[in-house]
Design a protein around this ligand. Structure first.
Ligand code: NAD
Length: 360
């Protein structure tokens, strides 16, 4: 049997607990893993002067695959988020966020099976922003005055939305390739091209071109506000949705909410020849160190990683074991219980034990 070298980043807050639970579950599948433990986050900032040490990046590049717990973003230190840094340094341009109903998880919708493909590197997240009152902002405002006639307050803060043909093409291709590989029938491009005619217009135009290369997969497009309404009214009419960064951030949390919240929502960040899997949720500091965080989202991120490695049977086994434990409802964390009573709930380790018992 294959042994996979995987960079493992425990993260902080609840990260170490849900990562350890996930490591144990993945090993219980019988697949061999050579875990390459690496660090990132505020502890490494104190030790190495960097939130994202070069050794961590090198390890992921070498192994081509990483599994990562959530990391707290320090506020007001001038350091950008490790998560954004990782995506940019490794070219992880696709953020894959499946949203699938797990029976037994409380949610307002049943039978949801949607996949959000979010562009991860462009759009308003390109990091090109100028603060109010700065020389840089005023220089940009003056330059804009040369190419357009609308008055902009000299005190305005300015952010730049960047959409490229190549960035749009690769993310839409990713969505179609994912749809094809996973037996999906429809790809929907989500945009606001009626208002942002050049940026989102370009994204839509490229999406239409790429769609023509995949005649076996249906294609349509929706304006993002209408998309949100339709997801509430008729989610069964959608399948894979692909969109620029900001809409993807928002719509994927909406879909996570439709299937029961952050505790059960997995994710993956994928580039050419390299991928890092992580839950959507953050480091939930109030739950840290109490053995009470829900490990499901991180374990399902591990299952996504198994699928990415081509270990489909093991991925399905993990998903089935998680589903069985949640459906039984006896060994689940407090957030999955109707009474949300921590005294009656399983801890992070107890829920992982129950999942492992199903795999045995
Ligand atoms: P969060 O996801 O940490 O928490 C939001 C809410 O969900 C909280 O009530 C929390 O208790 C609950 N929650 C989240 N995951 C849970 C779990 N597994 N089990 C039980 N409850 C859970 O979001 P936040 O509070 O906005 O962010 C906290 C920190 O995490 C911030 O510093 C933020 O920057 C960071 N963050 C990191 C990532 C990442 O590493 N990819 C993603 C999002 C946020």
């Amino acid at each position: 049997m294959a042994t996979y070298a995987v960079t493992l980043i425990a993260g902080d807050g609840i990260g170490p607990e849900v990562t350890e639970a996930t490591r144990r579950v993945l090993e219980a599948t019988g697949i061999g893993f050579g875990w390459d433990h690496q660090e990132a986050g505020s502890d490494t900032l104190e030790k190495h002067g960097s939130l994202l040490p070069e050794a961590t990046l090198e390890s992921i590049r070498r192994n081509a695959i990483g599994l990562k717990g959530p990391i707290t973003t320090p506020i007001g230190t001038g350091f950008r988020s490790v998560n954004v840094g990782l995506r940019h340094e490794l070219g992880l341009y696709a953020n894959l966020r499946p949203g699938k109903t797990i029976p037994g998880v409380q949610s307002t919708f049943d039978d949801i099976d949607l996949v959000i493909v979010r562009e991860n590197m462009e759009d308003l997240y390109a990091g090109i922003e100028f603060d109010t009152g700065t020389d840089e902002a005023r220089t940009v405002i003056e330059a804009l005055g040369v190419v357009q006639t609308k008055a902009i307050s000299p005190e305005a803060a300015i952010g730049i939305k960047v959409i490229t043909p190549e960035g749009s093409r690769r993310i839409v291709r990713f969505a179609f390739e994912y749809a094809r590989a996973n037996g999906r029938r429809l790809v929907t491009a989500v945009h606001k091209a009626n208002i942002m005619k050049f940026t989102d217009g370009l994204f839509l135009h490229v999406a239409q071109e790429v769609a023509a290369e995949y005649p076996d997969i249906a294609f349509n497009d929706r304006i993002v506000d209408n998309m949100c309404m339709q997801l509430m009214q008729k989610p069964d009419q959608y399948d894979v949705m692909v969109m620029p960064n900001l809409y993807g951030d928002i719509v994927s949390d909406l879909v996570a909410g439709m299937v029961g919240g952050l505790g059960v929502a997995p994710g993956g960040n994928i580039g050419d020849g390299v991928a890092v899997f992580e839950p959507i949720h953050g480091s939930a500091p109030t739950h840290a160190g109490k053995n009470e965080a829900n490990p499901t989202a991180m374990i399902l991120s591990g299952a996504l990683m198994l699928r990415h490695l081509g270990e489909r049977a093991a991925a399905e086994a993990v998903e089935a074991a998680v589903a069985a434990v949640i459906a039984e409802g006896a060994a689940v964390t407090y957030d999955l219980r109707a009474d949300r009573d921590p005294a009656k709930a399983a801890g992070t380790t107890g829920m992982a034990d129950a999942i492992i018992a199903k795999l045995g």
